[in-house]
Design a protein around this ligand. Sequence first.
Ligand code: PMP
Ligand code: GLN
Length: 386
Amino acid sequence: MGARPLLNRRLDGLGTTIFAEMSALATATGSINLGQGFPDTDGPAEIARAAADAVLSGRGNQYPPGPGIPELRTAIAEHQQRFYGLGYDPDTEVLVTAGATEAIAAALLALLEPGDEVIAFEPFYDSYAACIAMAGAVRVPLTLRTPDFRPDLDELRSLVTPRTRLLLLNTPHNPTGTVLTPAELTAVAALAVEHDLLVVTDEVYEHLVFSGAHYPIAALPGMRERTVSISSAGKTFSFTGWKVGWVTASAPLVAAVRTAKQYLTYVSAGPFQYAVADALRLPDEYFGGLRTDLRRKRDLLADGLTAAGFEVFQPQGTYFVTTDITPLGEKDGLEFCRSLPGRCGVVAIPNVVFYDNTEAGRSLVRFTFCKQDEVLLEAVRRLQRL
Ligand code: PMP
Ligand code: GLN
């Protein structure tokens, strides 16, 4: 081949995702994997059985309808009404996607022109940078800083330019665990209305909130017609491999996102769509139980990491806890995470890969706590050797 690089220059530097790198390292070294966020116990057995029944009874084994099966679109609309009082028409205002990942990609590819600026809170989830790049747009970071990772709303305001098209939100926020407050969301919404901006909001951790509550920005005045809300079944129901996600938005926004989505996967996960429709209708005790269980695991891991000498930033939501390794005499999170499996058999994620302003994240390291108690306890024992 000639001298021209094979990889499109928009994707330059995006290489292998940190999750793939670190999970491969965990497997190769037999380490405890507190890196990539996936539970080590599956979700409810009756939901797994619903998926198996769908396969065996021939529901969803052939291409489901492009926007998703009506049963699931109805269940998603019911869920938005039940938890947030938001009304969406299942036929025109709901779209089923291949996980939140496809929803994010389709939304950004559909809504952005080359050169548009997208303001996002950094550290950002890795697919945001890639999808903004694939759309030819420009990411503009608002850095969430230690110790409390709150957005500086004056700085946010100062980042808006005539080229700003979209605000990309993530609440609860991966990796910091920040849950945006009603006051913060109101300020963001006011800015969006004032400058006529679109908002894409990734709410995959909506049910994993330990203090305060999750508030969807779509519920605020003037936001319904400019907000694309994204969520998925992976985190809420502990089936991250099923890759069933969804978009709720006004009909014109859903039509735009659907246009891009049609040419990404067209459709996916037929039988799982039936099972997720059942999952969304689980009783309140299921959602409360998940939260209680994860809150306990958060405290278990956070206490253990503190005892091991890390500075721990208590997350309000998600199943991640961010730490600073400086008190351990370490400076570089990437180096630390690459050496950690060899040093003590634990894998974590260096937050620096989620920053443009790498200085702000250099010494920060993320651990997940969606693992069995004994696994978390063993990881903590190992980390205390540091
Ligand atoms: N957004 C965030 C913030 C995430 O942490 C993840 C990781 N699961 C996703 C989106 C992707 O979700 P899904 O697995 O449904 O594609
Ligand atoms: N969302 C998961 C995390 O942050 C990883 C998903 C992935 O591997 N892309 O750990």
